[in-house]
Design a protein around this ligand. Structure first.
Ligand SMILES: [Zn+2]
Length: 98
């Protein structure tokens, strides 16, 4: 495509490749210190991005170092498990909608 792209891009915390924002999962550390999956892309706080590659999601949500480094906060394993569960739900919803 010759069309110029003006889509905002973000760096995936696992593969370090720039990806269009809308294809990324945003994980946010809120000002209250909570770690959440930001489905709207508008939540306040420090964000970390994971691209759509299954490998990146898997790694980024199973090895706490990726998110801990990006969010400057230690992520406990049970929190990671919670994020993983939430994301698998999201993916299922998207699949159902088509
Ligand atoms: Zn990636």
């Amino acid at each position: 495509m010759a069309r110029k792209q003006h889509k905002p891009q973000r760096i995936c915390i696992v593969c370090k490749e720039p990806t269009t924002k809308y294809e990324l999962i945003r994980v946010v550390r809120t000002p209250e210190g909570e770690i959440i999956v930001d489905h709207t892309g508008k939540a306040n706080g420090r964000g970390a991005y994971l691209c759509a590659r299954p490998n990146c999601r898997e790694k980024g949500l199973s090895d706490p170092r990726f998110l801990s480094r990006s969010l400057k906060k230690t992520i406990p394993q049970d929190k990671l498990a919670q994020l993983r569960a939430e994301l698998s739900k999201t993916v299922n919803i998207q699949r159902e909608k088509r």
